[in-house]
Ligand binder design. Structure first.
Ligand SMILES: [Zn+2]
Ligand SMILES: [Zn+2]
Length: 103
């Protein structure tokens, strides 16, 4: 898949509200594993606070929905633990405004 095709595909998934298909793709799984490995399976946010926490997920620093072109760009990807990831997406957002758009 070329970069243009990738962006087109992600835009289509966003439009169809099916971004899960991206996260389920082999392409993402491969990139995710590489990032986790390169960042030593360590949560980068906890690390900044001097705490070691195993990372379980990879976060798009610039959100995927707003920047599909950075979907697989390593400099836009960060290994994080579940709690930090939740906080990134949900902190200070009133509950009633929570919806899938935030991801
Ligand atoms: Zn963390
Ligand atoms: Zn995220």
């Amino acid at each position: 898949m070329t970069e243009t095709e990738l962006i087109k595909w992600i835009n289509l998934l966003i439009k169809n509200n099916n971004i899960k298909a991206f996260y389920n793709s082999a392409l993402w799984e491969h990139t995710r594993q590489e990032v986790l490995s390169e960042q030593h399976y360590e949560c980068q946010i906890c690390k900044d606070k001097g705490v070691y926490t195993p990372a379980v997920t990879v976060h798009h620093i610039k959100f995927l929905r707003q920047h599909p072109e950075l979907a697989l760009t390593k400099s836009n990807l960060m290994a994080v633990c579940e709690e930090c990831h939740f906080n990134i997406h949900h902190k200070q957002i009133p509950k009633e405004q929570l919806n899938e758009e935030r991801w």
